[in-house]
Design a binder for this molecule. Sequence first.
Ligand code: ADP
Ligand code: F6P
Length: 335
Amino acid sequence: MENKVIKTIGVLTSGGDAPAMNAAVRAVVRTAIARGLSVKGILRGYSGLLNEEIIDMTEKSTSNIISRGGTILRTARCEEFKNPEVQKVAADICRKHGIDGLVVIGGDGSFRGAGCLAKLGINTVALPGTIDLDIACTEYTIGFDTAVNTAMEAIDKIKDTSISHERCSIIEVMGRDAGYIALWCGMATGAENILIPEKFDGNLPQTEMEVIESILRSRAKGKKHHLIVNAEGIGHSYGMAKRIEAATGIETRATILGHMQRGGNPTAIDRFHASMMGAYAVDLLIRGGNKRVVGYKHGEYYDLDIQEALSMTKNIDEYQLEIAKILGKTVGDYH
Ligand code: ADP
Ligand code: F6P
C-alpha cells in the first residue's frame, strides 16, 4: 500500500440509488472528521465531479439522514465518464479540490469508474451500493435488504386480494440482470413460481407454458390462487397475465412494483452494514488503501482489489432456488 497521507476525502454516490446510501455517506463523513480529516461531498456522481459540484461536508450536513432513503448527494449515470480523456479531467478536478482519497458508493459500473480514477493517482475505495445484490465479491450490498422487504410487503398485500378473488397474480420485481430480489421475495412470500433472468433462456413461450402447467396442476389439486414472482429481466408481465388467463381460464392480474423498491426508510440491517462499510472505507484510505472494494463475507467486512472484484462472477445459489421451488409447491393449505 502507498504511504500517501490523506487529508481530504471525497464521497459520491453513483448509478441507481439504494436505501442506506445516506447511512454510508454519514459514516464516511463522521468517521473522517473523527479521524481529523476534511470531507467533500460530490453531487450527482461522476457527472457532478466533472461539473465541479463539490461541497464541504460537516457532521451537521449528515444530521437526520440515517433513516432516510435516497441519497442526499443525489446520483446520476454519466456516459461520458467512460472516456479516458474525461477521466483525466475528473482526476485533475479531484487534485484541484485537494481530494486525495475518494469513496465511491454504487454498483459495478461505478466500481469501473473508481478503478479508472485510482489508476490516475486518486486513492479510491468503492462500496457496494445496489438493491440488486449482484456484486460477486460480497454477500451483502447496501439497499438490498430494504428493497426485498419493501417488495415482500407489497407481495403480501397482493396475495391477500389474490386469495380473496381466487386469482393468479404476477408480481414483477426489479433486477434486469439479477434474480436475487425475485428469489428472496418469492421465498419470503411462498410464491408458486419464481422467474429469474439467470434461468431464462430467452424462450418466453416455453417459460409461460411451464408456468401454465404448474397453475393447472395446482388447480387440479384444489388450490385457487397462484403467485408468480417475475424478475424485471424477464419482464412482459402484463402480456404474460393475458396469455395465462387465456390458457387457464383463471383471472390473472399483473403488478409491476418498479421504483418503489428503490426508496423508503432503510432497514436496521442496511443502516448497520452501510455505516460499518462507510467507516471501513475511511479507515482503509487512511491506512493507504487504494483501488479497493469493501465487501462482506462470512460475517466480516474485508477489502479486495477493484479489478479482482470486477472479474468475479456471481451465480444464483442452486440449493436456495431448489428449496424455494419445493416450498412454493401446492401443499393442500388453501387459506
Ligand atoms: P451501477 O454503478 O449501479 O452499476 P452504472 O452501470 O449505470 O450503475 O454505472 C454508473 C456510472 O459509472 C456510469 O454512468 C459511468 O459514469 C460509470 N461507469 C460505468 N462503467 C464504466 C466504465 N467502464 N468506465 C468508467 N466509468 C464507468
Ligand atoms: O440496479 C438497480 C436497478 O434498480 C435495477 O434493478 C433496475 O434494472 C435498474 O436499476 C433500473 O434503473 P433506472 O433507475 O434507470 O430505471
